[in-house]
Design a binder for this molecule. Structure first.
Ligand SMILES: [Zn+2]
Length: 193
């Protein structure tokens, strides 16, 4: 049962990994966004979003106070596909003084003013977290279970051919019905004389 669950997990992980590779390639041509805020009203709003762009997934989550003078944000969860604006995205991340390592990026910033339409700062509150995870890391994490599955099934196949216990590798030629070492009962048709 535990084994079947792992196999299912490995399969799901493999499918997600393939999807991540596709999104990785796509991220150099298109920016995909999904996200939104919990309320369209003036006042406090919590929001979050995912943005796939230029080799990574950016996760943003924030709390902000919206006054009538603020520009309107998206109020419901929305999906947006845009042509990638590589320069803009880089400039945006560079403008945030966060921690950057191997394509990862993280920053937590609190703004208390924002630029008004007339170019003058106006009071504003926004608490934002920005986390950028590179696609290589997403794919690496998702390929672990499929690789484990592949290695294990390959080892089991080899043991089956060699006439040894699939679980512990003990020689089963003398006792083909049950492994004397770990107690595993080989499947019918697996025993060799
Ligand atoms: Zn055994």
């Amino acid at each position: 049962m535990k084994r079947r669950l792992f196999n299912l997990l490995a399969l799901a992980s493999l499918l997600l990994c393939v999807a991540a590779v596709v999104m990785w390639g796509r991220s150099y041509f298109y920016g995909d966004t999904i996200g939104g805020e919990d309320s369209p009203a003036v006042g406090w709003r919590r929001g979050g979003g995912l943005y796939s762009s230029i080799g990574g997934i950016e996760a943003d989550w924030w709390l902000r106070r919206v006054t009538s003078s603020d520009p309107a944000g998206f109020s419901a969860f929305s999906h947006r596909v845009a042509t990638n604006q590589r320069g803009l995205q880089d400039a945006y991340l560079n403008s945030l003084h966060g921690v950057r390592l191997l394509g990862f990026f993280y920053v937590h910033q609190v703004q208390t003013t924002t630029m008004g339409d007339d170019g003058k700062p106006i009071p504003h509150f926004q608490d934002t977290h920005v986390l950028l995870i590179p696609y290589w890391a997403v794919c690496a994490a998702l390929i672990v279970a499929p690789v484990m599955y592949y290695r294990r099934s390959r080892a089991e196949r080899r043991r089956k051919v060699q006439g040894v216990c699939a679980h512990c590798g003990y020689d089963l030629r003398a006792t083909p019905d049950r492994c004397p070492e770990c107690g595993t009962v080989p499947p019918v048709g697996n025993s060799k004389p």
